[in-house]
Design a protein around this ligand. Structure first.
Ligand code: SF4
Length: 250
């Protein structure tokens, strides 16, 4: 049976991007093929999917921060059960946020699991924005895409411009926004390049500038400059910090 390595399942306030403040059920998949300098989920990144190591830390109910250890890997029905106990009864349609790590590395699992979940939840994908083939295969199962554009200055890694361009094409027709993390090392030319890349496809795609937290954070003046640059090209450019960290939420 198909299964996946999952680092955590928990409910919290969405702390990033234009959906900030909503209640989401987060499913954090293990494994990532990037190594961003600002990564705040090192446990999920280090683990290799299907390596058979590490338990899933699963919140036991929506009203408690208590977690239990659940053996990995998880089956689709096992993961559904961990999510359903975090649902809030009522009129809202709950949201499952697929995060990581890089959720798209789990494409076969997601293809099997998401059709049943989508009947009850909105499916929100947080991704590094480089796996266009996987995105294309899953597009019909995802409601919202939060796609990163990785700036070399902030990640400390190579650029991924071509992968990002193809990925953006694969998200056409799905609700989407682009998020780019900026650090104290980010230069205006990178913001210009990223904004142009988005504008090639659609000037209306929201573009979120997210300041890195802690010692990597950029100066306030830089954030205004970056927003000015992007606003000359795109219609909707916002500076949004990681709100869950301010609130000391997971
Ligand atoms: S893509 Fe996300 S999970 Fe992977 S290293 Fe970068 S910040 Fe961490």
């Amino acid at each position: 049976m198909i299964s996946a390595m999952v680092d955590e399942v928990f409910a919290s306030v969405q702390g990033e991007g234009p959906w900030v403040g909503q209640r989401h059920i987060f499913v954090r998949f293990m494994g990532c093929d990037l190594r961003c300098a600002y990564c705040d989920t090192p446990d999920a990144v280090k683990s290799v999917p299907d390596a058979g190591a590490g338990n899933c830390r699963a919140q036991v109910s929506s009203g408690s921060f208590e977690r239990e250890s659940v053996p990995n890997p998880l089956s689709p029905t096992g993961l559904s059960a961990l999510c359903s106990r975090l649902r809030i009864p009522g009129l809202s349609r709950p949201v499952i946020s697929l995060t990581g790590g890089e959720p798209l590395l789990h494409r076969p699992f997601l293809q099997e699991w998401l059709p049943s979940e989508r009947k009850m939840y909105r499916i929100y994908l947080e991704t590094g924005g480089i796996h266009s083939a996987e995105m294309g295969a899953l597009a019909g199962l995802i409601d919202v895409v939060s796609m990163d554009i990785k700036l070399p200055s902030a990640t400390g890694q190579r650029a991924h411009w071509d992968e990002h361009r193809k990925f953006l094409t694969a998200t056409e027709g799905t609700e989407r926004f682009v998020k780019t993390v900026v650090s104290g090392s980010t230069v205006p030319e990178e913001i210009l390049f990223a904004a142009r890349l988005v504008a090639e496809q659609d000037r209306k795609v929201p573009f979120i500038i997210q300041p890195a937290s802690g010692p990597l954070s950029p100066r306030a003046e830089s954030l205004i400059l970056f927003q000015d640059i992007a606003l000359e090209i795109l219609e909707d450019v916002r500076v949004i910090p990681q709100v869950h960290k301010m609130l000391q939420l997971p």
